[in-house]
Design a protein around this ligand. Structure first.
Ligand SMILES: C[S@@+](CC[C@H](N)C(=O)[O-])C[C@H]1O[C@@H](n2cnc3c(N)ncnc32)[C@H](O)[C@@H]1O
Length: 322
């Protein structure tokens, strides 16, 4: 049996009996007008952060959601899409699909605007998605990919990339960890399945995303998630885990590498009317321009005393340089 089977077993149990503390929600649950989330769906919120961002959901998108859990985010996506089959949910665990379907049926009773035909649920695996090439506008996963080891993570990212239309986006929320996680914990299949020991350092995760081909990446939020400490986890030092929300956009890869926005801004405070770097970035006095890390580094390398580059805020949701 591999860790992938252990993962499915963990979520089989969590489908049959909701496990309220299984994951750690790191952001408030979206409250939307006339949205009522059934109690059991809430109890089965096995994600961290959110993948639901109104800015991604204009123009009647088709949404793919991988690893459905209790269905809360599928319902939230459907709040925006409101068309038959506009949210496609994929999960390999029969019992999870069934629980999700029941929760959505309950949601239909509680929400006059919601029709369960808006969501279609299918048995399938993140590593081999039963979804056509280039058919999806927004793909989402919450607290699943961190469980995968490198080869599977690579495959899961490639599968999402394949299903996305050009300029489509992968929106994800997952734990990350900058502290070293002892090999013993990394190899603990149950801990990994519980999103506690597979987390990668952010830069490594970002490299895997951009290596897949995503030309633009946004870091939308970065939040404290968990501490793993002795004696429960037998670690010499407490391990600090964070959660991160990332949007990876299937834009063409720029010749000089991906644009990764981590929330940096450039501010020109010289005496001229503006500063123009000749590469499409015009800075007006004292008006922050959101810049990707590549542009931030290029501007910093100019060594000008009248350009300030802010640190990463890890909060970026659009606008700016590229
Ligand atoms: C941590 S839960 C997250 C559920 C949901 N995204 C949420 O935020 O509540 C992981 C989900 O991924 C599903 N899963 C497990 N292995 C999977 C795989 N190989 N491919 C797709 N989904 C998988 C589980 O059944 C479960 O629904």
């Amino acid at each position: 049996m591999s860790y992938l089977d252990t993962t499915k077993n963990v979520y089989r149990e969590a489908a049959l009996q909701p496990d309220v503390g299984l994951c750690c929600t790191t952001s408030p649950i979206w409250q939307l007008p006339e949205l009522s989330i059934p109690k059991r769906m809430l109890e089965m919120n096995y994600g961290c952060g959110t993948t639901v961002h109104p800015r991604d959901l204009a123009n009647e998108p088709r949404v793919l959601y991988v690893g459905v859990g209790g269905g809360m985010e599928l319902l939230q996506f459907a709040w925006f899409t409101r068309r038959p089959d506009s949210v496609v949910g994929i999960d390999p665990v029969e019992e999870m699909l069934e629980a999700c379907g029941q929760n959505l049926a309950k949601a239909e009773e509680e929400n006059p605007w919601f029709d369960s035909s808006f969501v279609s649920l299918h048995k399938g695996d993140a590593l081999d998605l039963p979804v056509e090439d280039r058919s999806i506008d927004v793909a989402a996963q919450n607290c699943l990919f961190n469980i995968f080891e490198t080869a599977e993570l690579k495959k899961a990212l490639a599968e999402i990339y394949r299903t996305l239309k050009p300029h489509g986006r992968l929106v994800m929320s997952d734990p990350i960890c900058e502290d070293p996680i002892p090999e013993k914990l990394r190899r603990d299949e149950r801990l990994r399945a519980l999103c506690l020991s597979g987390a990668l350092p952010l830069q490594k995760y970002l490299n895997m995303i951009t290596d897949t081909g995503f030309g633009t990446v946004e870091i939308r939020a970065r939040r404290p998630y968990r501490i793993l400490a002795a004696p429960e986890y037998d670690t010499p030092q407490p391990i600090y885990i964070e959660s991160v929300e990332i949007c990876a956009i299937k834009d063409p890869m720029p010749e000089d590498g991906p644009c990764v926005f981590t929330g940096k801004a450039a501010i020109y405070y010289g005496t001229d009317k503006y500063f123009d770097d000749g590469k499409g970035h015009v800075l007006l006095p004292n008006q922050p321009l959101a810049v990707c890390d590549k542009t931030a580094a290029a501007l910093a390398a100019l060594g000008r005393p009248d350009i300030f580059i802010s640190p990463s805020t890890w909060f970026y949701d659009g606008g700016g340089c590229c």
